[in-house]
Design a binder for this molecule. Structure first.
Ligand code: ZN
Length: 181
């Protein structure tokens, strides 16, 4: 188990729909451990497997002192919404206001193949939606209002990590105020 390099915006793996997990084997448990360790090291609120270059439907989260993971998630979203700041470990240091469902019921599996349900609101719901988007090749700036998205793309172009070779910069816990997903 080890901390992996976090892939940054522009890496093609972040745009690929991830494959469902079929084998709940030792390799999968290593992946969950690597994701968890990389997320805690960053530090981040959540991390999806494509963000460490693995195109499988797995993510981890660390919200309200609860660390967990979910495999092959299927989401049921509430009708009411929340609008607030969101960040991403693949876009270090940038946060933008993003609209999300207020609550979510997420069904899936743990690393042993047992069915699990995660139910949450506010940050946990935001995190689960953000990470599940990663599994579909969606990055949160895709969900911004057109004006905001324009500003986001400009900020990305101007970011010191953009376009460079394998940057080693990590998201600052301060720059993203604990909202890095
Ligand atoms: Zn993210």
């Amino acid at each position: 188990m080890s901390v992996q390099e976090i892939r940054l915006f522009g890496d093609p793996v972040l745009r690929m729909p991830a494959q469902p997990v079929v084998d709940f084997d030792k390799e999968l448990r290593t992946l969950v451990k690597d994701l968890t360790e990389t997320m805690l090291d960053a530090p981040g609120v959540g991390l999806a497997a494509p963000q460490i270059g693995v195109s499988l439907r797995v993510f981890t989260y660390d919200v309200d002192d609860e660390v967990g993971h979910l495999i092959n998630p299927v989401l049921d979203l509430s009708d009411d919404e929340q609008f607030g700041e969101e960040g991403c470990l693949s876009l270090p240091g940038l946060t933008f206001d993003c609209r999300r469902a207020f609550g979510v019921v997420a069904k899936g599996f743990n690393m042993h193949g047992d069915p699990v349900v995660i139910e949450g609101t506010e940050l946990l719901a935001r995190c689960v939606q953000h990470e599940t988007d990663h599994l579909d090749g969606i990055i949160f700036i895709d969900r911004l209002d057109p004006e905001q998205r324009k500003a986001a793309l400009k900020a990305i172009r101007e970011a010191d990590w953009a376009g460079g070779p394998a940057p080693t910069i990590k998201a600052s816990p301060h720059a993203t105020r604990g909202l890095a997903l």
